[in-house]
Design a protein around this ligand. Structure first.
Ligand SMILES: Cc1cc2nc3c(=O)[nH]c(=O)nc-3n(C[C@H](O)[C@H](O)[C@H](O)COP(=O)(O)OP(=O)(O)OC[C@H]3O[C@@H](n4cnc5c(N)ncnc54)[C@H](O)[C@@H]3O)c2cc1C
Length: 393
């Protein structure tokens, strides 16, 4: 297996790196390295301005087809782009749900009208999206969603509750899984609706997390409305679309994220060298292990390049479990490197430093986008062909 990039891809890498070096400077120097895990609230408007600049220059949503504002970049180019973005210290993307989840879903499953209507505003950071899947009794058991939608004239009317909706308070739109047939079995009763968030029937209640911020919220739909045509796929055919979105969730951006992990690991190593923690042979060994595992993550990502589309490859099936477990361990390692200092807030009452935030936020890595247990079930059943676990209705 040849894991090298082609000369054309390397030229593309140089082009991306140059543009980022030229533009993540001046007024945008301030956003470098900000907005990562546990730092989502930082410099929101500045990061939004940065995304607009990227959109105008053709460096946002590069995988979208050209006619909708993208570059039609190949999968490998997208991975290179995300790698270089992280290497350059590009800030956490406020529009990542639109770019990496909803956009590819509309491209794969949407109508021509939907592509023209929804993709360009994602590219220009004019419309932000959130993902309305989880509910109080539908997380791992996603098909159990109870939020209901019924057609009234030319509109869907939506009633129900979503929870853990990342970025809901900043979002203009939500792609929500709704039950549209009360009598059909779970997987055949769900539709994938696009719902405007800024309307009377939508209430957003931010949830305070242990980082002290609210990255996610509860969302209540009480007679919320959306146009009848704002459905992706067919009525009651939303399950296949929802699964397509989950496949994209483990796509190019995930495969390119090792460089942000590398930045975090380097920060931990620097502190370990400065405060003497690196003199401890156990810490030294753990730092070396973290570095080696990061290399393995990258090689697995390279292996996964050959598979694209809405089906998860075997390589991609292990990706989430692997990176989430690695990243959570890095948070723990960071605290062990800080030692007693990890237990002290920088400022009162709860001013956490970057590594403390990283530690607290990475506890969630093994939960969102499918828990570790669910990932193991997926690997067992779909990659290894072991018997399926008993399902409900
Ligand atoms: C930071 C963060 C951001 C999130 N953002 C979003 C978002 O933007 N949009 C959204 O829709 N959701 C979001 N989520 C929700 C996330 O998708 C769910 O938390 C996740 O799917 C787990 O569901 P749950 O919390 O209901 O836990 P449950 O499904 O109730 O699981 C509880 C425990 O039981 C285990 N378990 C459940 N079923 C099985 C099984 N069959 N076999 C073995 N073990 C099992 C789980 O692994 C877990 O340990 C977010 C979550 C977090 C933490």
């Amino acid at each position: 297996m040849d894991l090298r990039f082609s000369e054309e891809d390397e030229a593309f890498r140089r082009e991306v790196a140059q543009w980022l070096a030229d533009n993540l400077s001046g007024e945008f120097a301030v956003v470098r390295g900000r907005g990562g895990p546990g730092d989502e609230h930082a410099l929101f408007e500045e990061r939004r301005a940065w995304e607009r600049k990227m959109g105008e220059a053709g460096w946002s949503c590069i995988g979208f087809p050209k006619e909708y504002g993208g570059r039609g970049a190949t999968f490998t180019q997208q991975v290179i782009y995300y790698e270089e973005y992280a290497r350059a210290g590009g800030p956490g993307r406020i529009g990542h749900i639109g770019e990496t989840l909803l956009g590819p879903t509309i491209i794969a499953f949407g109508t021509e009208e939907q592509k023209h209507r929804f993709l360009p505003p994602i590219v220009k950071a004019e419309e932000l999206w959130c993902q309305g899947y989880s509910e109080p009794n539908a997380g791992s058991d996603l098909a159990n969603v109870q939020t209901k939608a019924r057609l009234e004239g030319n509109e869907w009317v939506i009633e129900g509750q979503k929870v853990w909706t990342s970025g809901a308070q900043w979002s203009d739109w939500c792609f929500a899984l709704c039950r549209t047939d009360p009598n059909a079995p779970n997987h055949k009763a769900i539709s994938y609706l696009l719902v405007p968030m800024r309307q009377k029937g939508v209430e957003i209640r931010p949830i305070v997390q242990m980082t002290g911020d609210s990255e996610f919220s509860e969302v209540f739909f009480d007679g919320a409305r959306t146009a009848a045509e704002n459905i992706v796929g067919t009525v009651n055919g939303g399950w296949a679309v929802a699964m397509g979105t989950l496949a994209f969730e483990r796509g190019a951006s995930t495969l390119g994220q090792q460089h942000s992990f590398q930045n975090e690991l380097e920060q931990v190593v620097e502190i370990a060298q400065a405060n003497g923690a690196a003199d401890d042979p156990v810490i030294r060994q753990r730092l070396a292990d973290a570095w080696i595992e990061l290399r393995i993550m990258r090689f697995n990502a390279l292996r996964a390049f050959s598979h694209e589309g809405t089906e998860l490859s075997r390589e991609a099936m292990i990706t989430k479990l692997y990176w989430a477990t690695w990243h959570r361990s890095l948070g723990k390692l960071a605290m062990d490197v800080l030692g007693a200092q990890s237990e002290i807030a920088d400022t009162l009452p709860y001013g956490l430093n970057r590594l403390q935030r990283l530690f607290l936020f990475t506890r969630s890595d093994t939960i969102y986008a499918g828990t570790n247990q669910i990932q193991r079930n997926i690997i067992a059943e779909r990659a290894l062909g072991l018997p399926r676990e008993p399902r409900g209705k």
